[in-house]
Design a protein around this ligand. Sequence first.
Ligand code: FAD
Length: 307
Amino acid sequence: MEMNIETSRIPDPFPCQVWEPADMEEAMMIKRQYGANAAFVAGGTLLRTQWEGGIVSKHEHLIRLDTIADLRGIDESERHIHIGALTRLRECGADMYIANHGATLYEACRHIAAPSIRNQATIGGNIASAVGDAIPALLVHNASLHWADIGSEVDLIQQDIVDWLDVVKSGRRSLHAILMGIVLEKQSTEHQQEITFFRKIGRREAFTPSLVTVAFRAMVDPLGYFSQVRIAAGGGSGIAMRLSRCEQLLEGNRYHAEMITSIALLANEDFVTYSDPFASEQYRQQTAGNLLAAGLWESIHSQIERR
Ligand SMILES: Cc1cc2nc3c(=O)[nH]c(=O)nc-3n(C[C@H](O)[C@H](O)[C@H](O)COP(=O)(O)OP(=O)(O)OC[C@H]3O[C@@H](n4cnc5c(N)ncnc54)[C@H](O)[C@@H]3O)c2cc1C
């Protein structure tokens, strides 16, 4: 197999070999050959901060993914929206297909990092990091992920994001796999109103990772009954999750004001997160509950005002 190598001209302290694979098979074979000494690079924005912060050691081999065709762009078919993994966050946060069929993701992409980072950062890099802020939003849209992996031959795998997160949590994630794209299912909103919101709390507005993110999506009928409720929380270096007890509180029930306090309290119990020097587990749980309560209240009241 012919491989394209470009030796980096960046002087010390970061000598490395930059690979420019022509296709996914080549990229995965290089990764398999060099293992932990090699990293796939999409926008490079997260890797850069990890290297600079000493969170991961600098890789000797960088495998560019932007040299592979067809990994970038947003398409629509009759029932789905397909987002290429190499699509920039800026493009996702400006795209009308995503705004119409993945409103929470659209909001998330507009609130990750600062504009200069979003110009370079990709949706695929955000997901592949396993802790990106786009993940709670994708959970509430029941997104599926399309991967290419390599064993004796190239396998193409489609997996719901919730299942992939379980694989990540169990430590069984393939290190050679390349995320090719994300698929959102279009959903009919006939006779119902869609309520969505994405909320994020960080130590500062930009340039620091979030402490807590929540995402919400539900349908509400004209009588105020909720259906298809999906709620997720994440943030920091925690793996995002669906809040199933919060979902059950709303599903099939009619909106009433006490739901606001109940959801805040329930999120405390539902959200499994962690403590670090910046925020305790309890702080994150309470914050998730407060963000959900505030988001729900605002969404319902703006809907009532529109009637
Ligand atoms: C100042 C600053 C602020 C930031 N703020 C936020 C924030 O608010 N929220 C947030 O979520 N993130 C934030 N980030 C992190 C980062 O910018 C985003 O997560 C971004 O989406 C990562 O995408 P990337 O293309 O740059 O990924 P890269 O850095 O290229 O890659 C990230 C990881 O994913 C792997 N990878 C990338 N693409 C693929 C693929 N297609 N298949 C398999 N593996 C892949 C890489 O090997 C690497 O391990 C911030 C970063 C900076 C520098």
